[in-house]
Design a protein around this ligand. Structure first.
Ligand SMILES: Nc1ncnc2c1ncn2[C@@H]1O[C@H](COP(=O)(O)OP(=O)(O)OP(=O)(O)O)[C@@H](O)[C@H]1O
Length: 548
């Protein structure tokens, strides 16, 4: 079946309805030339950037790293020699070949193959059997280095690109330690920021423990309640997969005992160490009272401030970096598209749908309200589209994720909820309909495509309002080996305070909605929120007055 044609056929682009908009914004035809990689000239509307060149620029930096010799941007690379390393020189050459940079004291040697897990690190044979059953033949670079480090029970920070197999890396480490049931309570805990991601990790682990009596608990409201009712149930599980909020709730209600936990994995660690989650992570750490606790942090992005903070909770940590630190995955073709003003985005998107594109496609917007608005616009276009955000019920969210995985849905509109960790293998295209609020958000969002070494494409729309932040994305593109024209390279980086402001709250944007009725509904909703927050403020004032 030709998805490309099918989707194009289903899409209706009402040229009469948008005639005036088209005339105003004159979106160029959707061709490969829309990508910044080949846009040579400064769009007229952006001339306020000042000094620029109109010449196409190609530096050594702009040559895709996959074309450079010695690059290990292949996802997994077969090693013919499975013998133990002879000396440190051989280790260094091996790590260089796989673009692994490791620092710390007494760093354990990497593994060259999964077979070495059993031969050198005494993994149980079931692990190797299940790896084979589920098609994992050769370790990825992050797995090569982080598994032996974890096996030696060292604390560490692992920074490797999106889709590079970090999940299997930490699950293998856990299975080395917890390979049979003990009925003595949790011995390993994985914390991840969203329920979707926790569910995905749980399913991955269930596959790896096939045929083995290891009890894994995905902490949900229902089983937390069951464990509250029956304390014996708390002893039943060996490994816990959870979100921070759910776990803290269980700790506070006396429903979770973490005193025997020896391995704590923080997945998407930089997001867990940010303001919203930090207190919860602190509480989880305090509940892990074993003196033998090993902590590992994994993420595709690790700002230095987070690293510094992380080091305060770790003992003599090792630092593992795969590829270029905080860069995007190199198999993703990244594009920036100037759309003029807000309305230009919808025109561009409809244009792309009308001219055809290759689903499945994930579209990111900055708020729930905007996700609903965009869905409302696209749902009548005859496209197989859905929308996912935190206001949808868990059952709805699960169903949508499952439908998207199975290919039943071709376009999924989402908020930041889906930006991290979610592994949809076949996504061809990620569209940043709204400009991401931070470099990290950009890297994770576009990292939903180009996974496990597959190619992928990412398009980021930007308006005049986003332009001051453009350089942050340009920097990532350059770091990941994309071609960037000279004038873009000459843009100024936004000031630190502006970046902070942007991260705190997204740019205020005009409604996506082209239907006045729907927009009126939105305005009403907005008014209600303002009124509610005013009322809350008054109540707080009341409390502080009566307290004083
Ligand atoms: N050794 C391997 N061989 C083949 N495929 C693998 C291997 N390890 C992991 N994968 C596959 O690669 C894909 C990406 O892995 P994973 O989801 O762990 O990426 P990640 O590094 O955690 O990404 P993110 O930073 O986005 O969370 C998954 O589909 C996984 O099954």
């Amino acid at each position: 079946m030709d998805f490309f044609k099918l989707l194009g056929a289903g899409a209706k682009f009402d040229k009469n309805r948008f005639k005036e908009d088209i005339a105003v914004f004159k979106p160029p035809q959707h061709t490969e030339n829309r990508s910044i990689g080949v846009v040579d000239t400064v769009p007229k509307e952006l001339d306020f950037f000042g000094d620029h060149h109109n010449q196409r620029h190609k530096t050594a930096d702009s040559i895709p790293k996959s074309q450079l010799s010695g690059s290990a941007s292949q996802f997994v690379r077969q090693e013919d020699d499975h013998a133990p390393f002879k000396d440190e020189e051989e280790v260094a050459a091996f790590l260089k070949r796989h673009r692994v940079n490791v620092s710390g004291t007494d760093v354990p040697h990497p593994i060259k193959s999964f077979e070495m897990l059993c031969k050198e690190h005494k993994f149980q044979p079931f692990v190797l059997r299940n790896l084979k059953t589920f098609g994992f033949k050769q370790p990825t670079p992050i797995q090569m280095q982080s598994v032996p480090v974890a096996v030696h029970r060292r604390d560490f920070i692992a920074n490797a690109p999106t889709g590079s197999g970090k999940t299997l890396a930490f699950l293998l480490s856990i299975l080395h330690q917890v390979h049979s049931e003990e009925k003595s309570g949790y011995r390993a805990v994985v914390v991840s920021p969203t329920r979707e991601l926790a569910t995905q990790i749980y399913e991955h682990l269930r596959n790896l423990t096939t045929g083995r009596k290891v009890k894994v608990c995905l902490m949900t409201k229902a089983n937390a309640a069951a464990q509250a009712q029956d304390p014996a149930m708390r002893q039943k599980y060996d490994i816990l997969i959870t979100t921070p909020m759910r776990l803290v709730h269980a700790i506070q209600n006396g429903e979770a005992d973490l005193s025997r936990v020896r391995s704590l994995v923080l997945d998407e660690a930089d997001s867990l160490m940010e303001k919203g989650f930090l207190e919860q992570v602190d509480e989880i750490l305090s509940a892990c009272t074993s003196t033998n606790l090993q902590i590992s942090l994994y993420s595709a992005t690790m700002p230095s401030s987070v690293e510094q903070m992380a080091k305060t909770i770790m003992k003599d940590p090792i630092r593992i970096i795969v590829g270029t630190q905080n860069a995007a995955t190199e198999s993703i073709e990244q594009n920036l598209v100037f759309v003029g003003q807000e309305e230009g985005k919808l025109i561009e998107l409809r244009n792309m749908i009308a001219t055809g594109f290759k689903p499945p496609c994930l579209i990111f917007v900055q708020s729930i309200e905007r996700a609903k608005e965009l869905f409302h616009e696209l749902v009548f276009e005859g496209i197989n589209v859905e929308v996912i955000h935190s206001e949808r019920t868990q059952t709805q969210r699960n169903k949508i994720v499952q439908k998207f995985r199975s290919g039943e849905l071709w376009v999924l509109i989402c908020t930041e909820l889906m930006a991290r960790g979610i592994d949809f293998k076949g996504i061809n295209l990620v569209i940043n309909y709204d400009f991401p609020q931070s470099t990290q958000s950009y890297i994770h969002r576009i990292g939903r495509t180009g996974r496990a070494g597959r190619p992928g494409k990412a398009i980021t729309y930007f308006t005049k309002e986003d332009a001051p932040y453009l350089k942050t994305i340009v920097n990532v593109m350059r770091e990941s080996g994309c071609q960037v024209p000279e004038w873009m390279l000459k843009l100024r980086n936004p000031a630190k305070k502006d970046k902070k402001k942007m991260k705190k709250a997204p740019i205020e944007r005009d409604s996506i909605s082209t239907t006045p009725k729907y927009d009126a509904k939105r305005q009403k909703h907005k008014r209600q929120i303002v009124e509610q927050s005013k009322a809350k403020k008054l109540r707080t004032q009341d409390v502080s007055i009566s307290e004083s």
